[in-house]
Ligand binder design. Structure first.
Ligand code: MG
Length: 252
């Protein structure tokens, strides 16, 4: 397994890609409202990519037909934007990646459409918390399993399950580099984390069981039991101290 260590210059380029991803996701979130078709969210992504001079990481990837993954309610990841109309109370997971000057940024978040249930709110909060726990465990000298374990522990101690069949990943010039980053597993296991590693951490958390199934479109992944799912992701860089979140929007 080869984990590519990035130079300062390469991380600077990834910071730019990550910032574009964060800004575009923010724009999409601001425009979401009940009555919108999920395709309209993809149109915003396409428009904003063009405006920033960036390219979609997803469109054409293994034939994926859109710029943005839009996964609603029991859908976990890889939902294809289309005619589905968002309704008040839905939760929507948006996963988005962009390429800028040859480097990738990748991030995701789940948001509510209008007013949502307390149950959905708690799921979203827990999934975001699980990502933060994973980021908190991403320290040079520690090991990859520390991240996986922190995510799993955060979600499971709160009564949720983590999806096991899909993982986070290394990222850089390619969207998916080594290593795979499971959202579960024992601490103090796996490769040692080093400064300059760039990783996309992405817990997918369910209110029910962790098992998944793939829809008829061969892309959309959903919970096997129909329970709700949320997804949060950041691209981070391992440093000598706190990890740097590369997909965090820098406010002017
Ligand atoms: Mg990803």
């Amino acid at each position: 397994m080869t984990i590519i260590i990035k130079t300062e210059e390469e991380i600077a380029a990834m910071r730019q890609a990550g910032r574009i991803v964060a800004m575009i996701l923010k724009t999409i979130v601001e425009e979401i409202k009940p009555g919108m078709a999920t395709k309209e969210l993809d149109d915003i992504a396409a428009r904003e990519l063009k405006r920033h001079g960036a390219k979609s990481s997803f469109k054409g990837y293994r034939g994926f037909p859109a710029n943005l993954c839009v996964s609603v309610n029991d859908e976990i990841v890889h939902g294809i934007p289309g005619k589905r109309v968002l309704r008040e109370g839905d939760i929507v997971s948006l996963d988005f990646g962009a390429i800028y000057h040859g480097f990738q940024g990748d991030a995701a978040l789940t948001v509510g459409v209008g007013r949502i249930s307390k149950k959905a709110e708690a799921l979203i909060e827990t999934t975001n918390g699980a990502l933060k726990a994973g980021i908190g465990a991403a320290r040079a000298g520690g090991r990859l399993g520390d991240i996986s374990h922190a995510i799993q522990n955060y979600a499971e101690t709160r009564g949720y399950s983590v999806v096991r069949e899909y993982t986070g990943h290394g990222i850089g010039r390619d969207m998916h580099e080594e290593p795979q980053i499971p959202n579960f597993g024992p601490p103090d296991s796996g490769p040692v984390l080093k400064r300059g590693m760039t990783l996309a951490l992405e817990p997918m958390v369910n209110t029910g069981d962790w098992r998944t199934r793939v829809g008829d479109d061969q892309w959309t992944v959903m919970t096997a039991d129909g329970s709700l799912s949320a997804h949060f992701e950041h691209t981070i860089a391992i440093t000598d101290g706190e990890p740097e979140v590369l997909t965090k929007e820098v406010h002017a």
